[in-house]
Design a protein around this ligand. Structure first.
Ligand code: AMP
Ligand code: ZN
Ligand code: FE
Ligand code: FE
Length: 287
């Protein structure tokens, strides 16, 4: 059978990707993908343009978002697929997240200035091309200023959660993040589970707790997953009746090691996963 491939985890200029939504759609078509999802950090601002481009150029565009939720001791990113970005609660909930970034960014810049680095907020904002400003934009500016020699060094020295210029940003508790996604008719999926810093039984317990809150899927295929992680996440999906999703976390030139559709070179996400996701959407909306 001819196989179709998809990518359900990508970022655009609406957050910290380097391609505009239209360019992302064009790139997906040029490598022969059957579908692509736009999953920007904390915003669906790129979705409308991507939907237009998908319809015009002929590829299935899956609407999405990647929400950072509060989790003790690790990172919890919730992907929300097939959301309606215009739904009122979702729109106001994501506006609050945008405001949280607008509040945080000057504080990080101030800390960097206090550390003797001549960085300006305007320089950072210029990198974001009108989209939400994230730490990768700040890291890139630090690189340009010669304050660091790599983006990773910028995170390690200044921007990571235990580093000198870190500033906390408001995050929704998991229950509220699930409500945002479910309220917009979407499917909440746990992204890159290893980033929760939990594995084995501890991760299993977290998944069980999140299932109670409305978790419907788990990202099984991902650029940085080991074969053993993929196997374990698939087992969790079976045990908790979750859909399996997959994507690269493509950020364009901002994460050069990751290619759209291919991850680090060997990732392939079969279109059957999207068919299962569609069935789950239909099942939820029938309730
Ligand atoms: P933000 O939206 O400001 O929270 O930034 C999120 C982005 O920063 C994501 O694309 C992450 O991959 C990247 N990021 C977060 N922490 C680190 C880290 N310690 N090292 C490298 N990149 C990171
Ligand atoms: Zn990112
Ligand atoms: Fe993420
Ligand atoms: Fe991501």
């Amino acid at each position: 059978m001819d196989h179709g491939w998809i990518d359900l985890h990508t970022h655009t200029t609406a957050s910290d990707g380097s391609l505009t939504p239209t360019q992302l759609v064009e790139a997906a078509i040029s490598i022969g993908l059957e579908a692509v999802a736009v999953t920007d950090h904390d915003t669906a601002d790129g979705v409308e343009e991507a939907l237009d481009a998908g319809a015009r150029l002929g590829i299935r565009l899956v609407t999405g978002i990647e929400i950072s939720a509060q989790l003790e001791g690790g990172t919890l990113h919730l992907l929300g697929y097939e959301i309606d970005p215009l739904e009122e609660g979702f729109a106001s909930g994501t506006t609050r997240l945008k405001q949280a970034r607008i509040d945080r960014n000057p504080k990080i810049i101030r800390k960097l200035q206090d550390l003797g680095i001549p960085i300006k907020l305007e320089q950072v904002e210029a990198k974001a091309s009108g989209g939400l400003v994230g730490r990768p934009h700040i890291a890139e500016t630090l690189l340009e200023l010669g304050a660091v020699t790599t983006v990773q060094e910028a995170f390690d020295k200044y921007l990571a959660s235990d580093s000198s210029a870190y500033e906390h940003k408001f995050r929704y508790e998991p229950a509220a993040a699930f409500q945002l996604i479910l309220g917009a008719g979407g499917i909440p999926v746990m992204a890159h589970p290893y980033q929760t810093n939990r594995e084995g039984e501890e991760l299993r317990r977290l998944v069980a707790d999140l299932k109670e809150l409305g978790l419907e899927g788990i990202e099984v295929h991902y650029s940085h997953h080991t074969p053993a992680q993929t196997v374990f996440y698939r087992k969790l999906a079976d045990e908790f009746d979750l859909v399996q999703t997959g994507g690269t976390d493509f950020h364009g030139s901002r994460k050069k090691e990751i290619q759209l559709g291919w991850g680090k070179g060997d990732l392939r996400v079969p279109v059957e996963l999207l068919e299962a996701l569609d069935r789950r959407v239909a099942r939820l909306s029938a309730i």
